[in-house]
Design a protein around this ligand. Sequence first.
Ligand code: SF4
Length: 607
Amino acid sequence: MNGYAGTILRVNLSTGEVRKEPYPAQVAENLLGGRGLGIHILYTEVPQGVDPLSPENKLIASTGPLSGLLVPGAGKMDWTTKAPLTGGYASSSVGGHLTAELKYAGYDAIIFEGAAERPVYLYIDDDTVELRDASDLWGKGSITVEKMLKDRLGEEFQIATIGPAGENLVKYACITHDFGRQAGRGGVGAVMGAKKVKAVAVRGTRAISVADPERFWELSRSMYRACKEAEALEAWQRYGTPMVTSWCDEVGALPTRNFQQGAFEEGKSLYAEVMRQTIVITDKGCFGCPSPCGKYSNAKKHGIFVEGPEYETIALLGSNCALSDIQDVAYANYLADELGVDSISVGNAIAFAIECYEKGLLGPEDTDGLDLRWGDPQAVFALIERIARREGIGDLLAEGVKVAAAKIGGGSEDWAIHVKGMEQSGYETHSATSMLLAYMTCDVGAHHNRAWAITYDLEAGRDRVAPDKVAKVIELQHIRPLFDALGACRLQWVELGIDVTQYAPMLAAITGLERSWEDLLLISERIWNLTRVYWAREIEGFGREWDLPPGRFYKEPATGGPTEGQLTPPESVQKLLDLYYEQRGWDQNGIPTPEKLAALGLSEIVR
Ligand code: SF4
């Protein structure tokens, strides 16, 4: 199979058995790989209704047909599982070098099933695949363990780890790789922890075959040249994702004090220029990346080095908790990485707790005397520790804001900022109907990466509810997640503007299978619909109610910044869903119809 290693590793942690299986060619053809393979295995192999933290759940680490080849940013790996945070579908992508290394070792994917009795790590060195004792690593931080394993096995091993939060089954625990990149969302790290897998260490020395080397090299050179000649490259490489902080602050999209407003009065101190001047020491990129957006920083005030903070972390652990010192945000980022929690969800959980405290729903008796106030870095640091270790109030917050609000009550459900149980990432959506809809309908919960539609809101009228605003969300929901099936980064297209349709001839040169850009979009739509029917299969009563946004955005106007006084009225929210379901060919409860599934060739899988 050109472009693929051709083999999947199936690791049964209950029995210790490791099997090598051929990659299913039909899946490669219909769903490509990465998240396409992930949802296929989740849907067809994991029985309906399993507890996400039980041995019956599976965790699938999957590369794509571009991974490990000289295609810009082809270093992405997808982690799919049934989500502990939401009870539905989880797929979280991570960059770095692991995905290339896994393919060089001869494997496209790893399926973890069952659960080990004692902590283990998976050791892969080409043909040698072993489960090794990890007792001495258990309890230690993600970054610490990555360093320990590199010292033990060799610098060339690529490693993914979980921290104490994964071991403690925090519902939004992440998987860390490359000293600071995360598969962050949905609780993939908690599933790894439940299976008692502390780490994966991989070294590979093989080649990946391509169908038409000459055509491949020509396209590869042309894509890299386009990236290097892009006007936007200089600023992107200098600042990375934090480049967007000032823009969000200016247009009223920077979440502030638990999404009550979209601009932060002290936001300037978090802008990318300040970060670059005060803490950044070097740039850092993933495999094959011509535009390294990672920033490696030294927060001298706290004596730590950290990769980041990325924009999302600045938004959720910075402005959303009203922290105004970039060094404090960098330290909070470091704690989240080392302890192994998703910085987006944990920032939401902390802001939610502060607001509950401010409104008298939590008091010192609930927080072991911790005084929760906006802008207090010590409170933020203490809560990250307590959540990761499930201590005191941290035990409740470790369940996610949806569960915490149900327990705390008092109207806090309206300011628990989540969709489907997943906390919202870094865009304030009182008045941005496309972005709001993108969060409402995202296939993992309130995450931006499937459809970053906020710029379209600004171009096309932020509070309009109209077919074009819905169509833009759907268009992006097909293009952006396609990269997670290909195993490549989307940011060369998003940030540098390289021609996205070039990925079709590139894929054809690699696999030998001619497919147009439209064919690839159809595959992406197929995956999108399969993830939707997975939700419907797993959650009793799943439908329109599950697509509603947090009450804050349709009940309470924004309290400051450019969108002060604005909200999206409930009837507009419903209208957005009406239009969305209609354009998707789903019924008015948001469930794909049998005709739609048949047209996408999914009837065989979804019986
Ligand atoms: Fe990785 Fe950033 Fe490069 Fe994408 S642009 S491959 S995320 S370094």
